[in-house]
Design a protein around this ligand. Structure first.
Ligand SMILES: *[C@@H]1O[C@H](CO)[C@@H](O)[C@H](O)[C@H]1NC(C)=O
Ligand SMILES: *[C@@H]1O[C@H](CO)[C@@H](O)[C@H](O)[C@H]1NC(C)=O
Ligand SMILES: *[C@@H]1O[C@H](CO)[C@@H](O)[C@H](O)[C@H]1NC(C)=O
Ligand SMILES: *[C@@H]1O[C@H](CO)[C@@H](O)[C@H](O)[C@H]1NC(C)=O
Ligand SMILES: *[C@@H]1O[C@H](CO)[C@@H](O)[C@H](O)[C@H]1NC(C)=O
Ligand SMILES: *[C@@H]1O[C@H](CO)[C@@H](O)[C@H](O)[C@H]1NC(C)=O
Ligand SMILES: *[C@@H]1O[C@H](CO)[C@@H](O)[C@H](O)[C@H]1NC(C)=O
Ligand SMILES: *[C@@H]1O[C@H](CO)[C@@H](O)[C@H](O)[C@H]1NC(C)=O
Ligand SMILES: *[C@@H]1O[C@H](CO)[C@@H](O)[C@H](O)[C@H]1NC(C)=O
Length: 573
């Protein structure tokens, strides 16, 4: 707080006053009782459905089997090789794409109930996709988009063989995922176990490859690689991802903070400043989600410490700034578009009041510009001079979805309606949906990102129709691909979870998440599991255990820490 500019202080005080008045129904939040009729809900569901098909059909017509659509020129781009590659170095000479946007669309097709198109896509990929291509790709991007997309689609496809009555499904997507996972493994062969950020799918790590990577780049691989190990019985994928994650965690400062970029050969930090946005975001997300999916206490302990440090050093009222991992001193006072996922993560852990508070500020900035700018300077309440784009990002819709699931407050359905209206009016063109180059002019860019199909459309659709989720629990990867929470996977790891014959699992214990209703009672009412956790606190700080509700991952009562945050302390129970 020492570096805080006085103008910013005033702004923050005004915001806090404003939020207080919101709760009395006068501020920028809801000021009236809102109702969202079932007819309106159906109408919104159809609006989102139309958005998805407009994007998907145009991709299939003009870009497939290349990676992504150029919606302004009805053309394609083989962008898997370009993701994260800002200087466009080492681009492949002879690469014709991997049908990236189709892979990303598969689980959304099922969320929309389109079994026939899902089946058609699965069959095409089964026969035509290969990773034996001379292309250098970003490990993180390829993991979350391609490996995650294939694994999720494989699990969903094998759950309902009736979709494949004419042409049986033969686990081909899993074989493809396994092949891809094996191509990832050479990236992990470093003295530290931290993976290179880049890998050539055919030739492995190239000579003189950059040794710099980001925290999210090497710390958010565990969901996809862990699931791949559980599905194949080959523990190398999970082992490599877990080793990297442990190494990264051991590099934290005494304040439990991490930096943003690091050297994979030396294990030294390059950038000591970090926040919850670009370069770090999914690291936090995967600690919690790995705990939910695999039930290993180690993930919970890491998440818990990391979460408390974020709330202590990065949070300022409803906003999050960046700080130096060594001193905890604030560095950059900026809101970035990627940070908007955080309220969704907070909702998942049961910190609903804090999530609600931040979500309202992100939505405020969204409304101020029509869409969310990539960077917004908190001190001046203005756009960043250069990072003024909006590449169809899903994070605000994602958080809105989680908050609606947790609260059923129809206000979030109105937020979704406003997001859909903005997307349709500012980004829809005849040939699909185009990214915004500059939110101050709404000038467009010729790029329809694949995550628009896998995430933005999916989370908006689930706001109005969540029948896909009925009767079960899913963890959504950071790319929006659903992985079902299975009691078989939900056990202590990693030691010897595979039997000596390598084919089956040693133990399985029923996870509280695998049943839809928790056994716990709170204030006489049965508490639903996973995303349906009430938070009884009036603001994001607690004074007593009673204010903390139930932990969404274990269904156990949470306790209020000395620092005033709700958490789960197993020793207490
Ligand atoms: C979210 O904030 C608004 C405005 O302060 C308030 O009316 C609403 O009750 C809050 N919801 C939750 C779940 O905290
Ligand atoms: C479409 O993109 C390809 C690959 O970049 C390019 O070679 C081709 O000229 C483009 N076609 C048009 C009509 O722009
Ligand atoms: C990519 O497409 C071009 C043009 O159709 C073709 O000549 C080339 O062989 C293809 N490359 C691969 C690796 O399939
Ligand atoms: C499934 O998607 C395909 C391709 O967009 C479309 O032609 C078909 O009508 C869809 N089916 C349903 C049931 O929505
Ligand atoms: C494989 O790709 C070719 C060319 O696009 C297509 O004709 C064929 O139908 C595809 N295979 C399947 C099973 O879809
Ligand atoms: C399988 O899919 C069909 C629709 O094609 C659906 O009616 C059925 O309920 C599904 N079965 C399971 C077990 O999910
Ligand atoms: C499967 O069979 C049905 C009816 O026999 C047909 O309408 C459908 O197109 C077939 N699907 C595929 C992918 O071949
Ligand atoms: C790798 O770096 C070394 C030393 O700088 C240089 O001699 C060599 O030519 C480089 N190799 C490639 C393929 O760029
Ligand atoms: C593998 O080992 C497990 C536990 O020992 C046993 O139940 C299972 O039948 C074995 N599978 C094979 C294929 O031998």
């Amino acid at each position: 707080m020492g570096r805080l500019r006085s103008s910013f202080l005033v702004a923050v005080l005004l915001i806090i006053v404003n939020i207080n008045s919101c709760s009395r129904g006068m501020g920028r939040g809801r000021g009236r009782a809102v109702a969202f009729s079932p007819a309106k809900k159906l109408h919104m569901r159809d609006e989102v459905r139309n958005m998805f098909y407009h994007a998907y059909d145009n991709y299939m017509a003009h870009a497939f089997p290349h990676d992504e659509l150029k919606p302004l020129t009805n053309n394609f781009t083989d962008s898997l090789s370009q993701l994260g590659n800002l200087n466009l170095q080492y681009l492949p000479q002879n690469y014709n794409g991997s049908a990236l946007s189709l892979i990303e669309s598969l689980s959304t097709l099922l969320v929309l109930g389109n079994f026939t198109e899902f089946q058609r896509g699965v069959m095409w990929l089964s026969h035509n996709l290969t990773f034996d291509v001379d292309a250098r790709v970003n490990l993180f991007e390829c993991n979350i988009r391609v490996l995650g997309g294939l694994i999720s689609a494989h699990i969903l496809a094998s759950e309902n063989k009736s979709w494949f009555s004419n042409s049986s499904y033969n686990d081909r997507l899993l074989h493809l995922a396994q092949d891809l996972g094996q191509r990832f493994l050479p990236a992990f062969e470093t003295p530290t176990g931290l993976p290179y950020a880049w890998i050539n799918l055919k030739h492995g790590v190239i000579e003189n490859e950059t040794t710099e990577t980001s925290t999210s780049g090497c710390g958010s691989l565990i969901l996809e690689m862990g699931a791949l190990s559980r599905l194949t019985g080959d523990s190398r994928f999970e082992g490599a991802a877990l080793r990297a994650l442990r190494k990264l965690w051991n590099m934290r400062s005494s304040l439990d903070l991490l930096g943003t970029t690091l050297n994979v050969l030396t294990g030294e930090w390059i950038e000591y400043s970090s926040g919850i946005g670009a370069g770090v975001d999914s690291f936090y997300e995967y600690l919690l989600k790995a705990y939910i999916l695999f039930g290993n206490d180690e993930y919970w302990d890491m998440f818990h410490s990391a979460y408390l440090a974020v709330q202590k050093y990065f949070r300022h009222g409803p906003w999050y700034h960046e700080a130096d991992m060594r001193s905890g001193k604030a560095t950059y006072w900026q809101l970035t578009s990627l940070q908007a996922f955080w309220p969704g993560l907070q909702t998942l852990v049961g910190d609903v009041a804090a999530a609600n508070l931040s979500h309202r500020e992100f939505f405020y900035v969204w409304k101020k510009y029509g869409v969310l700018p990539e960077r917004y300077l908190l001190e001046h309440a203005t756009l960043h001079p250069t990072e003024r784009y909006y590449p169809l990002r899903p994070e605000l819709a994602e958080s809105t979805y989680y908050l609606y699931q947790a609260t059923k407050d129809p206000w979030y359905l109105e937020v979704g309606e406003s997001i859909v209206a903005s997307l349709n009016s500012h980004t829809k063109v005849d040939g699909g949906f185009a990214s915004v180059r500059d939110v101050s002019t709404m000038q467009l860019e010729d790029h329809q990102h694949s995550f628009f199909l896998s995430e933005t459309c999916k989370y908006l659709y689930l706001l109005y129709d969540d029948s896909f989720l009925a009767g079960r629990n899913f963890v959504f990867t950071t790319e929006g691909h659903p992985l079902p929470v299975r009691s078989l996977w939900h056990e202590r790891l990693p030691e010897a979870y595979i039997t000596s014959n390598g084919t089956s699992f040693k133990t399985s214990r029923i996870s509280p998440l695998s049943s839809q209703v928790c056994p716990e009672m709170i204030r006489g009412a049965k508490v639903e599991s996973a995303c349906h956790v009430p938070d009884l606190r009036v603001n994001h700080r607690c004074t007593s255990d009673a204010e903390c509700g139930i932990d969404s991952t274990s269904c156990r009562k949470r306790t209020c820490s000395i620092a005033g945050y709700c958490g789960l302390w197993r020793f207490v129970h």
